[in-house]
Design a protein around this ligand. Structure first.
Ligand code: SAM
Length: 276
């Protein structure tokens, strides 16, 4: 991220969620606030989509949010009343959810958090009393201490989503953040990118190099992909005991209702819990 600037990729991810509402009929993830928070000319954007080159990324983003929100709703139904949205960007879960007594803490890099609050204000989206905003840099700050100051009771369970962030962080920051979450009673839904298999499909390779180029150009370069066995080791070392790691074939079959197919590298979605 560029010093003092909000995240550009947060805008990009939110744009994909908005496009999913129209181009895919919100088939996987419904978000009535997706366009509003962006503050753009929806018709102009839709008219300029062109050859729909980012279809696969858009469906992946829709799938990860659907998976995460389903887990959050299930946790709330099970009695959890503290939700943490890490690296929230323009995520709108907190402004759509309707669960009395449940607190949502949005954690983000301070510059992105400030921009988000401006976007909410300009879009006329009220910030309900159950929402708190917390500025944290995953590279440097003490996450558990920060959550406590935001009113999270760190002795009681939390459910967390951490979407679209790990691919930009160093392995050290990923381990530190998961270590902080793993010291709590926590279920987390996160996504990360795994290396493509040794002889990747040229289309997959092209998608990856094009994404690498685009995000580097806006000052948010991707870090090295994480092999799934390394991710498991980090999660286990952090205190997570139940780990469900979905690769592309599993995402297709379990979240998108499609035949399992494709490279097992690329985007993974992992659901991990400190409880057995
Ligand atoms: C691709 S965006 C994803 C945003 C949102 N989760 C979504 O899915 O739309 C990446 C997010 O990670 C945050 N981020 C990146 N590096 C960070 C860091 N070191 N500390 C805190 N947040 C960070 C950015 O501010 C941004 O909100």
């Amino acid at each position: 991220m560029r010093d003092g600037q909000p995240s550009h990729t947060a805008f990009g991810a939110a744009r994909h969620r908005a496009l999913h509402q129209d181009l895919d009929g919100a088939a996987v993830f419904r978000d009535p606030l997706a366009w509003r928070i962006l503050g753009v000319d929806r018709h102009a954007i839709l008219a300029g989509v062109g050859d729909d080159a980012h279809r696969a990324l858009r469906w992946f983003i829709a799938a990860r949010h659907r998976c995460a929100e389903d887990r959050v709703h299930a946790a709330i139904a099970g009695g959890v009343d503290q939700v943490v949205v890490l690296g929230a960007g323009l995520d709108t879960f907190a402004y759509r959810m309707d669960h009395p007594g449940v607190t949502v803490v949005e954690v983000d890099h301070p510059a992105t958090g400030t921009w988000k609050r401006e976007r909410l204000h300009e879009a006329g989206i009220d910030v309900p009393g159950h929402v708190r905003h917390l500025g944290v840099d995953f590279d440097h700050d003490d996450l558990v201490g920060a959550l406590s100051t935001a009113g999270v009771d760190t002795h009681r369970p939390v459910v967390a989503m951490w979407l679209g962030v790990i691919p930009y962080l160093t392995r050290r920051s990923v381990a530190a953040t998961l270590g902080a979450l793993g010291s709590l009673s926590c279920e987390v839904v996160a996504d990360y990118r795994a290396p493509l298999i040794s002889t990747p499909d040229p289309v997959d390779l092209d998608r990856v190099t094009s994404l690498e180029r685009r995000v580097a150009a806006v000052g948010e370069p991707l870090t090295d992909p994480l092999p799934p066995e390394d991710m498991r080791e980090i999660l286990t070392g952090a205190g997570f005991v139940t780990i469900d790691d979905l690769d592309r074939p599993a995402i297709r079959s379990r979240l998108l209702g499609l035949p399992p197919a494709g490279d097992a590298g690329g985007g993974h979605i992992v659901v991990a819990s400190t409880a057995t």
